[in-house]
Design a protein around this ligand. Structure first.
Ligand SMILES: Cc1cc2nc3c(=O)[nH]c(=O)nc-3n(C[C@H](O)[C@H](O)[C@H](O)COP(=O)(O)OP(=O)(O)OC[C@H]3O[C@@H](n4cnc5c(N)ncnc54)[C@H](O)[C@@H]3O)c2cc1C
Length: 521
């Protein structure tokens, strides 16, 4: 499946730097139009910002408030597209938006915003917003302190449980259309032809090999690493990005619905969203200039989120906090307050041979990929239109109608996982007693989904790492199944465990499971 050396013998039409959701989207679109595509990701696919988002597919009420109507409309249209092409991954999510009792003007603004949100999504399949009176609000969301409220609005957005799997499905489709995609393959330098970037030097972190690949065009889709990756490609320009850190906390469930409230600390909307059995609380928005790989949540970040929500949802103070994660937003470079910086992306083409994607939301990834692929096709004189508005993602294809946990994860591709069990019934074994994941999923991920490290399976191919202990308890069992699948030595297995435990402990908020007991069992 993995062959960097053979990639060096191909002259790609387009080589993509970065395998987050946007790079994966470009790979899929370009491959479906018949282009020869190579995608190179320094770490695991979707391990960057894509894995740390609020997981909302939304127009963004917050951006409505800042007057970004073009962005909101683009994303509301994309919300509808994703609900159609990825119904197994993207689901409708009702939100409660409380209306403040003593601030009549703000109440009017919020109500007006709801109408504009509905108007901008005139072509939607989701219900329009409605107003909830006090009694209904108390019944639906008993945890809300309604004393200072004059009812609430209920509106609909959508949620993607796993942007990580959305990325994998884009890559699977890209590969089914001829793309070559490699994780743990870092772009470390350019290959020049005259003053034009004509290829990439790639370092393979699994073998230590370094190879050169040639391409007619390079797409820099490295998200918050964009300026760093540009420098590695020999580009010297003022920063294109402003980067800000955003933190989420996985809390013991304390809400029934998704709730959006103005932060009691400084005003911007913050969310308490049902996700993976938690109330998923986020997010902060503070300038951050370090390497995005090392962004982490601080005690101040967590305190900000709790203080933002507590006057509205007092239970946030009592709810157990399991783990937190931090991600880095890539925003078009501008000054001013972080929450006012536009979330609209920009595509830069000033350097010969190079297309750079500056910013962009998860929600808009498909449209951004289409815009970039249109540009690429124009530059290469290829006349194929995009197909991704209508083409379902692989797991969305018609299934045999079986519904179960495997279908929740893989959609129609669950049948492929079951085939592994038919061939080897031991793979029906649950990875951990009491959890739905089975060993066949480990085998499937390593054979067909580029899963090479323990962390890849725990955090991005399955939900195991979303558990309250960040998957520490399940990690030993998974490492044994991966050892069997990938032929790891005992020493290698222990190193994988150590690396994963260090990663998980970085996120855990004082919750320590009894690992000794797990190791012994
Ligand atoms: C806190 C937070 C909440 C958010 N919530 C939402 C939300 O609810 N809805 C929404 O629509 N959007 C949301 N976003 C934005 C969204 O997550 C991002 O816009 C999106 O994930 C960006 O994807 P990407 O592919 O550009 O970046 P990334 O996912 O970061 O991918 C870039 C990839 O490039 C790789 N890379 C970097 N340098 C190199 C190199 N030299 N060689 C090879 N590979 C390289 C990185 O390893 C990385 O995997 C949120 C963002 C944050 C931070």
């Amino acid at each position: 499946m993995r062959d960097l050396r053979s990639a060096s013998r191909i002259r790609f039409d387009v080589a993509i730097v970065g395998g987050g959701i946007i790079g994966a989207g470009v790979a899929r679109d370009a491959a479906r139009r018949g282009l020869t595509v190579g995608l190179f990701e320094q770490s695991d696919f979707a391990s960057g910002t894509t894995a740390t988002s609020s997981r909302l597919i939304h127009g963004g009420l917050r951006y409505l408030a800042s007057g970004d109507l073009r962005l909101v409309r683009l994303d509301l249209r994309e919300r509808e597209v994703l609900l159609t092409i990825a119904p197994h991954l993207v689901k409708a999510l009702p939100f409660i938006l409380p209306l403040p009792r003593n601030r009549a003007l703000d109440r009017v603004k919020l109500r007006a915003g709801m109408y504009v949100y509905d108007a901008l999504s005139f072509d939607k399949s989701l219900p329009r917003h409605r107003v909830l009176n006090d009694a209904t609000l108390r019944r639906l969301e008993p945890g809300l302190d309604t004393a200072r409220l004059a009812g609430a609005a209920m509106y609909y957005d959508a949620q993607v449980h796993s942007p990580e799997r959305l990325t994998i499905e884009n890559l699977i489709d890209a590969v089914e259309h001829g793309a070559i995609v490699l994780n743990y393959a870092e772009v470390v330098g350019p290959v020049f032809a005259g003053n034009r970037v004509a290829g990439l030097v790639i370092k393979d972190h699994l073998t230590g090999d370094e190879v050169e690949v040639r391409a007619r065009l390079i797409v820099n889709a490295s998200g918050p690493w964009l300026d760093r990756a540009a420098a590695r490609l020999g580009q010297q320009h003022a920063p294109l990005l402003r980067t800000t850190k955003g933190v989420h906390v996985a809390c013991q469930r304390f809400t029934e619905y998704a709730v959006a409230v103005e932060s009691a600390v400084d005003g911007p909307l913050v969310f308490a969203i049902p996700w993976a059995g938690y109330t998923w609380v986020g997010t902060t928005d503070t300038d951050y200039t370090g390497d995005p790989a090392f962004a982490s949540a601080t005690a101040d970040d967590v305190a900000y989120l709790v203080d933002s929500l507590a006057p509205h949802l007092p239970a946030v103070r009592r709810a157990r906090r399991y783990w937190a994660c931090a991600g880095v937003r890539a925003l078009v470079h501008t000054s001013g307050s972080t929450s006012d910086v536009t979330r609209m992306h920009r595509v830069a083409t000033d350097t010969p041979g190079l297309v750079s994607i500056v910013g962009g939301k998860l929600t808009g990834y498909r449209a951004i990929a289409e815009q970039v692929t249109d540009l690429v096709c124009h530059a290469l004189d290829v006349r194929h239109n995009g197909t991704t508005t209508h083409a379902p993602l692989p797991g969305a294809m018609a299934s045999d109608g079986t519904a179960g946990k495997l279908e929740d994860t893989y959609g129609a591709r669950a049948a492929l996982v079951r085939r592994l069990v038919d061939a080897d019934p031991t793979l029906a074994t649950p990875v951990v007693p009491g959890r739905p994941e089975i060993a066949a999923q480990v085998a499937f991920s390593t054979r067909h989904e580029w899963c090479v490290h323990l962390e890849d399976f725990m955090l991005r191919r399955s939900d195991l790492g979303f558990a309250p202990d960040r998957g520490l308890g399940a990690s030993v069992a998974v490492s044994l199944w991966m050892q069997r699948e990938l032929g790891w030595s005992e020493e290698h297995r222990r190193q994988e465990l150590q690396a994963y435990h260090a990663r998980a402990r970085r996120d855990l908020l004082g919750f320590e499971p009894d690992l000794q007991a797990t190791e012994a069992s």
